[in-house]
Design a protein around this ligand. Structure first.
Ligand code: ADP
Length: 275
């Protein structure tokens, strides 16, 4: 199956000379749920900004559906690869929530009724109908985050990048976010999320990519990446709690020796129930 998006050997430097991306290659396939991990300054945000065309890499290539993204195709990249910024204030510009969410589809020059349909759908999706006339800048951090996600939903992009989406959320907000992510994934959307929450990455992702010093240090299943002590040490990542519990059960022979650690508590309960 052809990847929907490919990054080949991307390199990007800000003004100060040290490369923020130093030869990053990644193939993204339709429907993947990719957790992007790594310490602060590893290059995750820069990578996302290159993938959606906000930043132009100094060298390397992006391919969308196998076609190289040149200057002309960059607009397509912005449409097909939506990005939810880490800080909602960097994204929100309009004076009401409804105007804010309509901004993207209006820029696509869609007919008015299609813009209205998309805005309604995105507001329903994020449970924001009651906020449509409110100024986004007066909303709470969690509400703003919902608006910034609705912005991108209204673009109906194939791929959505979320840069530390849970950073400003309370536990209820995190739960709501995970529900939205599960629904988007069920609907076929391809998702890349940068996060420092190892437990979330372990239970949510189908694939984990670890950045360090502008390079990809590891790329594999959650079990493989979190099972690699050298990678975790080098990227200063901690193991998910479930893996720690798994090891404790294993050393006491409470789980089958040949079984791999389930990625969810439900998976673990099922396995223990069947033992
Ligand atoms: P991460 O998202 O993993 O925290 P970033 O992509 O934000 O990493 O940063 C990668 C490197 O680029 C860091 O060294 C950071 O200081 C630098 N950097 C990020 N944004 C800017 C910017 N706007 N101007 C200059 N340097 C930047």
């Amino acid at each position: 199956m052809q990847p929907i998006l490919q990054a080949k050997n991307l390199r990007f430097c800000y003004d100060f000379g040290v490369p923020a991306l130093d030869g990053v290659s990644l193939d993204v396939h339709a429907g993947e749920r990719i957790a992007v991990l790594g310490p602060n300054g590893a290059g995750k945000s820069t990578f996302f900004l290159c993938l959606n065309g906000v930043l132009v890499p100094e060298s390397g290539q992006l391919l969308l559906h196998g076609k190289p993204v040149d200057k002309k195709a960059r607009k397509m990249l912005c449409e097909q690869v939506g990005i939810v910024f880490q800080n909602a204030d960097d994204q929100i510009i309009a004076s009401t929530v409804a105007a804010e969410v309509s901004f993207g589809p209006m820029n696509l020059r869609l007919p008015r009724n299609e813009v209205a349909r998309r805005v309604d759908h995105a507001l329903d999706y994020m449970d924001l109908q009651a906020f449509r006339a409110r100024p986004p800048h007066d909303l709470s951090g969690g509400e703003k985050k919902r608006v910034s996600i609705a912005d991108i939903l209204a673009m109906e992009s194939e791929i959505i990048l979320l840069d530390e989406p849970a950073a400003s959320l309370d536990p209820a907000g995190e739960e709501r976010l995970e529900h939205v992510l599960a629904r988007l994934s069920d609907e076929g959307c391809t998702l890349l999320i940068s996060t420092h929450d190892m437990d979330f990455a372990f239970r949510w992702a189908t694939r984990v990519v670890v950045f360090a010093d502008g390079k990809i240090l590891a790329d594999g299943t959650p079990q493989a990446v979190f099972g690699d002590a050298a990678v975790l040490r080098q990227a200063h990542l901690r193991r998910p709690l479930l893996m720690e519990v798994w090891d404790a059960l294993r050393t006491r022979s409470l789980v089958p020796l040949d079984a791999t650690c389930p990625t969810t508590v439900e998976g673990l309960e099922q396995l223990l129930g069947e033992k």
